[in-house]
Design a protein around this ligand. Structure first.
Ligand code: NDP
Ligand code: MG
Length: 411
């Protein structure tokens, strides 16, 4: 009997793990909303848009309080809207400060409303932390195609977010470099052919440090990432490896991948952005220099690929790729990530909130570096687990977890 034949690659539906195909680009270019435009991802996004030969144009820029920076961006790229979510900061914007043709809106409610504007084709969700959840939900509610940098959205409310996207016909495409790599590698097979998704981790600035010496690391040392240039919160998360923990949870929901199929490998050069192992033993990797412009552009152009401003690998120079197993003893955050990905429910929201508060405390000099994972572990253990929390439950747990960290930090 002949083996069942596979449909040709061009007409084959994408594997179940891979988000649905985004709508085709109109000839006139796509209007992009950049939420968090003044941040690290936001500024890289504006570089991608500027280098896109008119395929993408900034329609809305949003930031919290960096008024000078967003005004400068507005004069450079002339969006239809500028949104400043902090009313006190917005009040400092004088009349005539914005370019002609750009309007100002103020507050998070205004952002939720504007992100649903039918004129917007793509939303780049790059606000940092739990603050990014509401505008991402508003964009999905409006059925938008969302390029998601704000991993906290999926960490906090993964099942709810994926259900909303499916119900509203919205599309979520990853910007996180690991998830972009996985998304690309998954195009090589079907979901039942995947045996393992392996996220790479740089190991951060303390990859080779002893657990004891980690107790005394300073804010400045922790902010000095060896390969990536990023905002302060995610840079600290990379140093504790909590970033990888959050990314395990993000992958769990984004790709609908069971937690036991998720693994982490340390790869100090940050060139292989993640790997997918298939049933026949083939391992597909995606490679590129550590430059977020490539995953940002891929999330905007998917399923097409375009030339763009991202750096390229130079194979005429020597290139060394090292891989080593992670050390969960020195980096206990990793264990928390595996645990929260496996237990699901309220664990992601609690872990995320505890971590945000602990990172704030560390950056403010209130707690030690090693306290971050210890506090997150205690809050996760002590919380009243809920298997299928509502958005209200998630918001309540978020507040509770932050209060617990503050309480313990004072002890
Ligand atoms: P940054 O700290 O550099 O930028 C954060 C952005 O969010 C700024 O535009 C900031 O505005 C805005 N913002 C902060 N608080 C609020 C708020 N309450 N309401 C509205 N806007 C707010 O962060 P990154 O660019 O590093 O990270 C953004 C997201 O992308 C994070 O979720 C991170 O995990 C994720 N990510 C980042 C990567 C990177 O390379 N940086 C890689 C992969 C994922 P303002 O300037 O006014 O404060
Ligand atoms: Mg990442």
């Amino acid at each position: 009997m002949a083996a069942p034949s596979r449909p040709p690659a061009t007409s084959r539906a994408l594997p179940a793990f891979v988000p649905a195909t985004a709508a085709a680009e109109p000839a006139s270019g796509l209007n992009v909303a950049v939420l968090g435009s003044t941040g690290s991802i936001g500024t890289s996004t504006l570089e991608v848009l500027a280098g896109s030969a008119g395929r993408f144009r900034p329609h809305l820029l949003a930031a919290h309080s960096s008024v000078a920076a967003i005004l400068e961006q507005a004069h450079q790229c002339r969006p239809a809207w500028v949104v400043v979510t902090d009313p006190a900061a917005a009040a400092t914007i004088g009349t005539g400060a914005l370019p002609v043709g750009t309007r100002l809106a103020v507050g998070p409610e205004a952002l939720d409303e504007l992100v649903a504007d039918p004129a917007i084709d793509r939303v780049v969700s790059a606000i940092v932390g739990a603050a990014g959840l509401r505008s991402t939900l508003a964009a999905l509610e409006a059925g938008k195609t969302v390029a998601l940098a704000n991993k906290e959205t999926l960490v906090m409310a993964g099942p709810l977010v994926m259900r909303l996207a499916a119900a509203r016909g919205a599309t979520l495409l990853p910007v996180d470099s690991e998830h972009s790599a996985i998304h690309q590698a998954l195009r090589s097979g079907t979901s039942d052919e995947v045996v393992r998704i392996i996220l790479t981790a740089s190991g951060g600035p303390f990859r080779t440090r002893s657990r004891e010496s980690l107790q005394t690391v300073t804010r400045e040392e922790a902010l000095r990432h060896p390969t990536w240039s990023m905002g302060p919160k995610i840079t600290i998360d990379s140093a504790t490896m909590m970033n990888k923990a959050l990314e395990l949870i993000e992958a769990r929901w984004l790709f609908g991948c069971p937690a036991e199929k998720l693994a982490v490998v340390v790869h100090p050069q940050s060139v292989v952005h993640s790997l997918v192992e298939f049933i026949d033993g083939s391992v597909m990797a995606q490679m590129g220099p550590p430059d977020m412009k490539l995953p940002i552009q891929y999330a905007l152009s998917y399923p097409a690929r375009h030339d763009g401003p991202a750096r390229r690998l130079d194979f005429t120079q020597g290139l060394r790729l090292d891989f080593e197993p992670p050390d969960p003893v020195r980096f206990p955050a990793l264990r928390l990530g595996h645990e929260a990905a496996a237990r699901g429910g309220s664990c992601g929201a609690v872990l995320n909130a505890a971590n945000e508060e602990a990172v704030r405390g560390f950056l403010a000099g209130e707690i030690r570096f090693t306290d971050i994972a210890d506090m997150c572990s205690r809050v996760l253990d002590e919380h009243a687990y809920q298997a299928d929390p509502s958005l209200d439950d998630i918001r309540r747990l978020d507040v509770w977890a932050r209060q617990e960290v503050v309480k313990w930090a004072r002890v």
